[in-house]
Design a protein around this ligand. Structure first.
Ligand SMILES: [Zn+2]
Ligand SMILES: [Zn+2]
Length: 81
């Protein structure tokens, strides 16, 4: 308990073992993503992706996709019609 909050790079999720530099990140991880399935999937290659911004990054980095309007592409299999 003592210096738990002061140390960097040693905040480890007790459920999945993921390591975080910041305790805030670990708290967010435990609250929002640990044990949950990724909500997004790439419509080009089908890979499951946890965050929308990661999907966007994936599209750009992996598929070299840059959209002129930057809209609507990643909403294909979402419910934002
Ligand atoms: Zn975890
Ligand atoms: Zn992909």
């Amino acid at each position: 308990m003592s210096d738990y909050y002061k140390r960097l790079g040693s905040h480890i999720c007790s459920k999945c073992g993921k390591e975080y530099k910041w305790v805030q990140s670990l708290v967010r991880h435990e609250r929002e993503e640990c044990g949950k399935d990724p909500q997004y999937s790439c419509s080009a290659c089908g890979v499951k992706i946890r965050h929308k911004w990661l999907l966007k990054k994936h599209m750009i980095n992996v598929h070299h996709l840059v959209l002129p309007n930057g809209k609507n592409f990643w909403n294909n299999n979402q419910d934002l019609q």
